[in-house]
Design a protein around this ligand. Structure first.
Ligand code: ADP
Ligand code: TRP
Length: 320
């Protein structure tokens, strides 16, 4: 089964990306044919300058490889190295009713947060549909916020198929329910655009602790039992724990012997430990950047071969 996903190169990766997209993907590559790319065309919608976009793109590649993307198993490339996706994006635009885009939650949320609306931001889901349909994708692992985009992809593909023949596979989204939306330090969805993220790779354990200390908690005084339900620290820690671990942590909250400071320290330890191997790999790749560039070039060549074949069929079908 072919599984595809993209990650935006618009900032440092965070714990939300890790649990919502990266970790499930690393697990999937054992059983499925995985395609993944750094979505730098998408990042252009929020990018400010060339240097930053370039840096974010390569940083994301290094981070993905570090958490376990295996280039022997997974086709891994940078979106703009396969420009065919833009041709498909234009063609798919013809099969995208305005009303469909106007209903996109992600677009409406971004505008509500003060991000200036432009056409790229508005038509973002069409490019995402092109990403997915170009490679005959069957499954798309995404966070909850992106489900609607996968549904829009199905709508667009269906319209195309009805008018010009069954060229596109209708993809399905994949969401791991228990990690659906990871909260940030303020309890809202963790996002690099909201300034509430815990970065995946902090420069030191001390810096990570400082960030964890910023998590908003209630002001119950030390010595009183604490509510774990609805506590952002607990919700983040739970991501790292099995059922038994969660029960133990709940008991610690209820005991009244520990305060939020203790749980913030515990959360820091959980995060730091989880990423130990990834930190080592990352140090390796940062010292061997030629290897990273080779991996991406190899991935792009493979993806492009598939994309070109698909575009031949599409052009033929629509009369270009
Ligand atoms: P951001 O919101 O920080 O800009 P992206 O939009 O780049 O993050 O998301 C990249 C991937 O990580 C997507 O699959 C997205 O659904 C997932 N993701 C991002 N934030 C979260 C979160 N808080 N919880 C779960 N998944 C998330
Ligand atoms: N829009 C996705 C996000 O913000 C990134 C993305 C771009 C993507 N193209 C994709 C995800 C195709 C899955 C499939 O996270």
């Amino acid at each position: 089964m072919r599984v595809l996903t993209g990650i935006q190169a618009s900032g440092k990766l965070h714990i939300g990306n890790y649990f919502g997209a990266m970790k499930p993907m690393v697990e999937l590559q054992e059983e499925h044919e995985l395609f993944t790319f750094i979505a730098n065309y998408h990042s252009l919608t929020t990018s400010k300058d060339a240097e930053t976009l370039k840096q974010y793109t390569i940083d994301a590649a290094v981070d993905y490889l570090s958490v376990g993307i295996d280039p022997q198993k997974t086709t891994f490339w940078v979106q703009s190295d396969v420009p065919e996706v833009l041709e498909l994006y234009w063609i798919l635009s013809k099969f995208t009713p305005m009303g469909l885009l106007e209903r996109a939650h992600s677009y409406k949320d971004k505008v509500a947060k003060g991000i200036a609306a432009n056409h790229a931001l508005f038509s973002y889901p069409v490019l995402m549909a092109a990403d997915i349909l170009l490679y005959d994708t069957q499954k798309v692992p995404v966070g909850k916020d992106q489900i609607q985009h996968v549904e829009m992809t199905r709508d667009i593909a269906t319209k195309f198929n009805n008018e010009y023949g069954e060229l596109f596979i209708l993809p399905e989204h994949m969401v791991q329910e228990e990690v659906a939306t990871i909260p940030g330090i303020d309890g809202q969805k963790m996002s690099k655009s909201y300034g509430n993220a815990i970065d995946l790779f902090m420069e030191s354990e001390k810096a990570l602790q400082k960030r964890c200390n910023k998590i908003i908690s209630s002001s119950t005084p030390l010595g009183e039992p604490l509510e774990w339900e609805g506590c952002h620290i607990y919700n983040l820690a739970a991501l790292f724990l099995d059922e038994e671990g969660k029960k133990e942590l709940q008991a610690r909250y209820k005991s009244g012997k520990e305060g939020y400071g203790h749980f913030k320290k515990y959360l820091k330890e959980l995060i730091w430990e989880e990423l130990e191997e990834a930190r080592e790999k990352r140090a390796y790749y940062l010292n061997h950047m030629d290897e990273v560039h080779d991996i991406l070039a190899h991935g792009a060549a493979k993806a492009r071969g598939i994309a070109q074949k698909k575009m031949e069929q599409v052009r033929e079908a629509i009369g270009l």
